[in-house]
Design a protein around this ligand. Sequence first.
Ligand code: NAD
Ligand code: GLY
Length: 349
Amino acid sequence: MQVNITLNPSASRNYTVFIDELSRICLDVKVLIVTNTTVSALHLKSLKPMIQARELHTLILPDGEMYKNFESLQLILNACFEHRLDRKSVLIAFGGGVIGDMTGFAASIFQRGIEFIQIPTTLLAQVDASVGGKTGINNPYGKNLIGSFWQPRAVYCESLFLKTLPKREFAAGVAEIIKMAVTFDSDFFAWLETHDLYDEKHLRHAVHSSIAIKADIVSQDETEQGIRAVLNYGHTFAHVIENQTQYTTYLHGEAVAIGMVMANTLARHLELLSEEECHRIQTLLEKYLLPTRYIIDDVDMFYTHFFLDKKSANDAITFILPHEIGGYTIAKGIEKERVLDALKECNAS
Ligand code: NAD
Ligand code: GLY
């Protein structure tokens, strides 16, 4: 299966996401695989024979979001220089979203930009992070605050690599799949309600559908001037939860699951979503044992934290809210009291 990403204005940057089609990648240039300790121990041995290159090098970084920083970026760039990579060389990101985002960013700045390929090994990275060209690192001021838009030359999503994924990481990826269905595709949502993603055949269909949705959005709005922001449904709340829990309690997809339920409550207060639709979304999240509840100590403080989000442009909070299942509203200027009421209800329920 394949999904094409069509980018304007230059067709030369178009690329394909291949789903379960990786047999061999032939590149007559120097190639550097960037991965981490966990993924290399599990899968590097099976990946390497699939890559044919003039020279094949590997860099293994430590595992974890806390290593998505300048030091790791420096290690990738150093490896590029040590192996004498040139402007024709290619980086391969082999890992989850952390490896993908850092490797893409390094590719975008090494010698003013070289090509890179994404081989995502988490479900979250397959359905979201590896597609669309957002790259970057964290710094003490926040997550993903330094980065670039730099599209990969190709993406290979292989279900083979997902077999070793811990259950929680799998569910975190499912949260992003549900996110796409709720905001863009009611038929896909209904399909998710009746199909089990632990079944490999169904999972492949869901990965394909999610990537097709993302491809369509990125093709329309590569640099998030408009519709791409809808992919942040649940994230405004999730970022506060992740920040308040020091990024240690919840995986990103888990925080997004709670964030979606909070966004749904606000959407219901604004009569965009019915009680029954809220219930259907929560039931689907809970089917994958995703958390849907977070007790807010201080709702006023929680509200203030929205303004720390880099997406709160010009001090106005933008909420991405579902408008019936399969639709969305980009809501600006909602009165503070209405938001607080929704947060209080989430606390009480
Ligand atoms: P991750 O990269 O940290 O991977 C999660 C964990 O799973 C890690 O410990 C990793 O080593 C391990 N892992 C990876 N593949 C495995 C496998 N096949 N088997 C067993 N373990 C495996 O996290 P993630 O959830 O993939 O991605 C989160 C990151 O992606 C965040 O940094 C987030 O900011 C970023 N992100 C980027 C975009 C984007 O558009 N660029 C979108 C969403 C998220
Ligand atoms: N994950 C959100 C985006 O790619 O825009």
